[in-house]
Design a protein around this ligand. Sequence first.
Ligand code: FES
Length: 258
Amino acid sequence: MKLTLRVWRQPGPDAPGRLVAYEMPDVSEHMSFLEMLDVLNERLIEKGEEPIAFDHDCREGICGTCGFMISGIAHGKMPATTVCQLHMRHFSDGEELVLEPWRAKAFPVLRDLVVDRSSFDRIIQAGGYVSVNTGTAQDGNALPVAKPDADVAMDAASCIGCGACVAQCPNGAAQLFTAAKVSQLALLPQGQPERWQRVERMVAQLEEEAFGSCTNYGECEAVCPKGVSIDFIAMMNRDWLKNVCRVGRESRARGGAG
Ligand code: FES
C-alpha cells in the first residue's frame, strides 16, 4: 500500500520544528507502525539524511516507551493498542498520516517524536513505592489478598506510563497516570502503611509539574492503551480528601488550628 507520512521534524528542544512529507510507496500490511518507520529511516540514512527519532524499547506493548500522535490520536486509531503493536493492515491505501510528538507543556519535545517524560518519574519518586525493606520475594500465598481487590489493583497496575493520557487531554492533565500509580498500592495490604503520605506527596508533585487540571473530559481513558479507567481518578481524589480530613482531625486533637 502507498502512504504519505507528514512527520514532525525538530532537531532539538529549542530548535523550531515543522512537518515534513515522506512518501512510502510499498508498505506491507504485515508491518508494525514502528517497522514502517524503521524502513523509512533506513532509506533516509542511505540518502545521507537524519533518521526520524522516536522512542521504543520492548515493541510488545509492555514498557510504555513508545508513543506519538497519529493524525491527532495518541497511539493511533486502534483502541487499547500501543503504537508498537499497531499494524499497517488497519490503514488504507493512499492514506495521509500526520505524526507528531505528544503535545503537552509537561512533556517538552527533545527531538522529532521524542519527548521528555521525566515529570512522570518525579511523580513516582514522590511516593509511588513501598519503602519498607522487604528482603527476598515472599511466597505468593503468604499475604492473602481478596480476589476482587487483586483484580482492581492489577487493573491500576496495568498503566505502562506511556503518557498518552496527558497528550490526548485538552488540559494536558496527568490525573489518570497519577491515580493509577496511587491506586495500585492503595488497594493492596502492602500499600497501607504509607497510603496517606503517598497520595498527599504524589498529588503535590503532580501539581508542581506543568500538567493541567482534570475537568473530566475522559479523553485519557479513551486513548489509554491499557484501558485504565477514570474510576481510579475518583479513587485518588477520595483518598486525597480523606487525608486532608485525617490531618485536620489529628491537628485539632493536638490542639492545633487546622
Ligand atoms: S515499545 Fe514498549 S510499549 Fe511500545
